[in-house]
Write a protein that binds this ligand. Sequence first.
Ligand code: SF4
Length: 230
Amino acid sequence: MKINELFYSLQGEGFLAGVPSVFVRLAGCPLRCCWCDTAYAWRDTSGVDRTTEFILDAVNRWDTRHVVVTGGEPLVNEDWSPRAGLGGMLKAMKAAGKHITIETAGIVYVPSLACDLMSISPKLGNAFGNEAMDQARDMVTTRYAVRQLIDHYDYQLKFVVEGKEDLPEIEEVLKDVGGVRREKVVLMPQAKTRQELLDKSVEIAKLCEEHGYVLGQRLQVLLWEGRRGK
Ligand code: SF4
């Protein structure tokens, strides 16, 4: 499997924000979000082939049971067979007592993964700045995969939000998906710098207060302004 990077840091987002975790970043993503902070992992070839043994060995070097499988987009990887490749790697991690979070945009449903938390971040229109992104937009507006993921895994739904103008689209997504508990929905300011994060946080906090969503941290921006490997 192609690993883009493997590093130890604090989880920056979601309900496990602040928890020391090992990040296993897989190569490849078919989306092209305009504010993506991991464009270096977009290409399928932007990684080095590693075995399960190599990855487990590396993960075990750090004293935490939390592992975050991220990307890119991990669920588009074709090597999810249960006995080999990534499926096998997750099973081996689980057997070693790890807590596994998978971070996904929710564009594909993959069943029967050893996963403790499916961290789904459906992309809104604010992620696609131009007409050329129509194809990607079609993919993200297919909510069937999100529904399947939340039916089969413990989950959180995270939305990257520019401001209150994104609210109708969020409500529409939740209506399409159906049955989502609001306390599982995290809104996070779109920001690349600490200042941008602070500037947008009050408006997003108000949205959360008014509509029953959770205001999400982005510690990787607050602490390190998205520095690679943090
Ligand atoms: S889905 Fe994630 S990795 Fe892919 S382009 Fe969007 S933000 Fe970047």
